[in-house]
Design a protein. Structure first.
Length: 319
């Protein structure tokens, strides 16, 4: 039964717009939610029982995406982007898109009361990354100042974050002190940048990812070309979330999610999603123990077509 259920879901298209009719969605909408899809590893309790999977940007922090051409990467990004723009106030989120393959993200750049900046050349991409690094330093200094004024101390903390989990939990409360918008950087295709200037872009992405969302600065990387030169292990491990769409080999699957499986995926939109979650407890307001666990979800992502994209853009501009 489970096999036939999964096969049925794989053949089904799940429009992004359908989630807005779902009662469960109404309870979590807003707060920069990332719509992922329908879980294929969920065992149904009754006919029609489907379990949706979502991920707040604040928890995912940064995302790595990989898979062969046509496997569903761009569709996933468009769903993510469309929902963030539709459900998040413009003053709360600024988005920069590096689209070296020119996948028509420019339509998002003229939305009413939204900030979306789209560039396509590697040289412009370098300028965007430099801006993000400067903003990262400015925001980190602001967090540091706020913490010193509040607690009169500055705990032993390495900005390169040798202990990411401890850092995140100690400073999680300080994220809400900022009146600045979240910054989101989406890169498609990351491999083009790594060929243009691998040292600069790798180090820049690492620094952003290691801020673990404390500065409300996030990065999403996508690539159809998969190798350890494009996605070094150090970079993948520093990201809190990764999505492996159909890959050419077990090795490529391992690069993205640390295990095989993505090479066996069959249809566009089918993905293995690796998510890191933190478990901790507090004593005297500070984290005394923090551990992280990894989980792999098997998902069929939501879908958005050209008509639905236009509809969402029209709704945004009419609001």
């Amino acid at each position: 039964m489970v096999g036939s259920y999964k096969e049925q879901l794989l053949k089904t298209t799940f429009p992004l717009t359908d989630i807005y009719k779902d009662s469960g969605w109404k309870e979590i909408q807003g707060n920069c939610i990332i719509p992922i899809g329908i879980r294929l590893d969920h065992e149904p309790e009754y006919e029609g029982d489907k379990k949706m999977l979502f991920g707040p940007l604040a928890y995912s922090h940064n995302i790595i995406i990989g898979g062969v051409k046509g496997s569903g990467k761009t569709n996933f990004i468009r769903c993510l982007l469309s929902n963030l723009l539709l459900t998040t106030k413009g003053k709360d989120l600024n988005i920069h898109i590096i689209d070296t393959r020119e996948n028509n993200y420019s339509r998002y750049s003229n939305l009413k009361d939204k900030f979306v900046n789209v560039v396509s050349s590697p040289s412009d991409a370098k300028s965007i990354f430099s801006y993000f690094l400067d903003e990262l330093d400015d925001r980190w200094n602001r967090i540091k100042k706020t913490y010193q004024e509040s607690y009169k101390i500055w705990p032993d903390h390495n900005f390169e974050l040798k202990n990411k989990n401890k850092s995140q939990n100690n400073f999680e409360e300080l994220r809400y002190f900022s009146d600045l918008p979240r910054l989101l950087l989406i890169v498609e295709d990351w491999s083009e940048l790594m060929k243009f200037d691998p040292v600069f872009f790798k180090n820049a992405a690492l620094k952003i990812s290691k801020s673990v969302g404390l500065t409300d600065i996030h990065i999403i990387l996508s690539s159809s070309e998969l190798s350890e030169d494009i996605y070094p292990a150090e970079l993948v491990q520093s990201f809190g979330s990764s999505f492996a769409f159909k890959t050419n080999s077990e090795q490529e699957s391992h690069i993205l999610i640390g295990c095989s499986g993505a090479e066996e995926l069959k249809v566009s939109g089918e993905v293995l999603h690796r998510r890191i979650s933190l478990e901790s407890y507090k004593e005297d307001g500070f984290i005394r123990k923090a551990t992280h666990t990894e989980q792999i979800y098997h998902v069929k992502t939501f879908n958005i077509n050209e008509v639905e994209t236009t509809q969402i853009i029209n709704v945004i501009n009419a609001s």
